[in-house]
Design a protein around this ligand. Structure first.
Ligand code: HOZ
Length: 425
């Protein structure tokens, strides 16, 4: 079976959409071959326009923790749509959503709904700057926090894939207020605070990185961020757009038993619709308009259909789900590691719960310095072989794969078998 229809669509797309895609990593440039155009998705599977079925480990880049087209979400969306698609006025749904988020994330005392992770991080930093009256933001090399100008500095995700450390179009003056440190480098973070502490408004971090592949924090790293911020009057921001309700119901902060000053959420808590949120300490969030002087607004913020989907998704996040995901993740990790060993391929699998990455380097990968040494050509070859075997893996060495609750042991075993064959090539 060929991918003829995808090919034709990609040709059409390239005439009218930059690179033929609405988000760069989807173009498959990092792995070779053209993107697969999707006709539909159900549970753990994607169905292409060419009639092929793939086991999906992208999960729309994270949100699909329940699997695709989950009946409870479809029902919530359908029901909400009959009452209108957007009001631009408050609803009870939004209040319930905010209450749920505060319940799941005890560090969040007040929360604002927005439409994307990019908006959430951008607004959280504006709030932190407004609160502290300072300009400098600290981020970690290889972490990606959406595409706001001042965060496109040494960013991971698509930027890493394309080998572009800093985006064109970002004024030097804007980028000059962003300081970067290596992930997991506590000494460098402390040195930066010692030198510039009084200028630092915020430190933003992916508490488990997903955007340079899955990179867990080393012991004490997240604690050090919170401690430095506390000591110097800066705001700690956990960007849990990926990890939120993924690595635990209450995100990485629940797993690590930590309370950052602010948190950014999206993906899972948005139920797979364009919904994200930022929130945190009451005294910081009270700076947001109309309570305070920090402006932020959005026509579709708190959209009733998106919030309905979100509430339906959140209701399904029980202990059984996380137990199942942990077991599936461990099974896949063990199977892939066994294949690496069997074929004597240099590689390592890094995993936190149901997010994981097979890095083609010795590992462990603790920062962008380690990640960039991964053999991306070898990854591309492996990815193409996986694709031929019906496995839809993120088309970049520097993106995490996600498992959903709809995956079964049989799916995982089929993926391990495909991985084994792909590593043998
Ligand atoms: N930057 C996103 C994942 N890290 C990709 C989003 C997309 O292409 O949909």
């Amino acid at each position: 079976m060929s991918d003829e229809k995808s090919k034709v669509l990609f040709e059409r797309a390239q005439r009218v959409i930059p690179g033929g895609v609405n988000s760069p990593v989807r173009a498959f440039r990092a792995v070779g071959g053209d993107p697969i155009f999707i006709a539909s998705a159900q549970g753990a599977y994607l169905h292409s326009v060419d009639g092929k079925k793939y086991t999906d480990y992208v999960g729309s880049w994270g949100p699909m923790i329940l699997g695709h087209a989950h009946p409870a979400i479809i029902a919530a969306i359908t029901d909400a749509a009959t009452r209108g698609t957007s009001y631009g006025a408050p609803t009870e749904l939004e209040v319930t959503f905010a209450e749920k988020i505060c319940e799941l994330y005890p560090s969040i005392e007040m929360v604002r709904a927005v439409s994307s992770g990019t908006e959430a991080t951008m607004a959280a930093i504006r709030a932190a700057r407004g609160f502290t009256g300072r300009d400098v933001v600290v981020k970690f090399e290889g972490c990606y926090h959406g595409h706001a100008d001042f965060l496109l500095v040494k960013a991971g995700s698509g930027m890493a894939t394309l080998g572009v450390p800093d985006s064109a179009g970002v004024p030097v003056a804007t980028a000059s207020n962003t300081a970067t440190v290596h992930y997991n480098d506590i000494a460098a973070l402390e040195a930066l605070f010692a030198a510039r502490g009084k200028d630092i408004a915020a430190v933003i971090v992916e508490p488990v990185v997903g955007n340079m592949g899955c990179v867990p924090p080393e012991k004490g790293f997240l604690e050090a961020i919170i401690a430095c911020c506390k000591q110097h009057g800066a705001v700690s921001i956990f960007d849990e757009v990926m990890t939120g309700s993924r690595v635990a119901r209450g995100g990485m902060q629940q797993r690590a038993k930590l309370e950052p000053d602010m948190t950014c959420l999206g993906k899972i808590v948005g139920g797979g619709l364009p919904l994200a949120a930022y929130g945190g300490r009451r005294d910081i969030m009270q700076k947001i308009a109309p309570l305070g002087p920090v402006y932020q607004a959005g026509t579709l913020s708190g959209n009733p259909i998106a919030v309905s989907a979100a509430l339906a998704a959140i209701a399904k996040l029980d202990d059984a789900l996380y137990t199942h995901l942990e077991a599936l993740g461990a099974r896949l990790e063990a199977g892939m590691n066994a294949s690496l060993r069997a074929h004597e391929v240099t590689g390592c699998v890094q995993r936190v719960g149901s997010m994981l990455t097979l890095f083609f380097c010795k590992g462990p990968v603790g920062s962008w310095n380690d990640a960039k040494d991964a053999d991306t050509k070898r990854f591309g070859k492996w990815h193409r072989a996986m694709r031929e075997r019906g496995q839809y893996w993120p088309p970049s060495q520097f993106e995490a794969a996600f498992i959903s609750n709809a995956h079964t042991n049989a799916d995982i075993d089929a993926t391990i078998k495909a991985c084994d064959e792909a590593l043998a090539i």
